[in-house]
Design a protein around this ligand. Structure first.
Ligand code: 3PY
Ligand code: MG
Length: 244
């Protein structure tokens, strides 16, 4: 989220299979994103990009920069899902425009047609399910051609299901929604994913059948580490434990 290629690379070098560069709520701009995707790739991890809300132009741009997966927030219905897939996938599955020189370079492909034929299967689309509308359309979104995974945003889901009163990701209605979305993904043969604030929750969610799990963020890693040092130093300060 910090928008720093060196921070993203540091996380990648610690052994994560993938690192998400969050251009929705995080601080990435276009040039830092280009550098960040390269840095994560060179560190041996898969660069993924979360694009801003309804920024379908950024979907194919992120892939052209060399992202191996794109996360689109607030995919609420089949029309949103189709728009996302059209931007991400080449014909016949979609309408992605061809022009990935940076992706070709990063992936060591010198024949453009090699990238063209591999890209639809080799790059993933993750549709975020994080509103009541998306929850009711989860099966149809999962079944949309060109959508590879459902990715739950539990904080937006908890916010909307409580009509803006709470962000309790353990509330019974949120918990029920989490199972429903997982089942919708599995029924369509797609990957179930969920954002997790920390490793403990990620382990719990893996046991519940989720296969793509995020584990906090650079902000939470730095703040948790600073809070632990402050505790050892006996300096009392609030650690807010917010979602990020
Ligand atoms: C959410 O929980 O709403 C998210 O988008 C997590 O990144
Ligand atoms: Mg969200």
């Amino acid at each position: 989220m910090m928008g720093s290629p060196i921070v993203a690379e540091t996380i990648a070098r610690d052994g994560f299979a993938a690192v998400v560069l969050d251009a929705q709520h995080g601080l990435w701009d276009t040039s830092s994103l280009i550098a960040g995707v390269g840095a994560v790739h060179h560190a041996g991890s898969a660069p993924m990009v979360r694009v801003p809300l309804a920024a379908f132009d950024m979907v194919s741009r992120a892939l052209d920069f060399g992202a191996e997966a794109v996360i689109a927030p607030m995919i609420n219905n089949v029309a949103d899902a189709r728009q996302f897939a059209l931007a991400a996938k080449y014909p016949p599955l979609g309408e992605r425009s061809f022009g990935p020189p940076r992706a070709l370079m990063l992936q060591g492909q010198f024949a453009a047609t090699d990238y063209l034929t591999a890209a639809n299967d080799g790059t993933l689309t993750l549709a975020m399910i994080e509103t009541p509308e998306a929850l009711s359309n989860a099966e149809a979104i999962a079944a949309t051609p060109g959508i590879d995974a459902l990715f739950i945003g539990p904080y937006d889901l908890a916010t909307s299901l409580s009509a803006g009163k709470a962000q309790d990701v353990n509330a019974p209605e949120v918990d029920k929604a989490i199972d429903k979305i997982r089942d919708a993904a599995l029924k369509a043969g797609k990957i179930p994913g969920i954002y997790c604030r920390d490793a403990e929750r990620a382990v719990d969610m893996a046991k519940r059948g989720f296969r793509f799990l995020t584990v906090g963020s650079d902000f939470s890693a730095v703040r948790d580490s600073v809070a632990a040092s402050m505790k050892t130093l006996a300096v009392t300060r609030a650690n807010t434990k917010d979602p990020f």
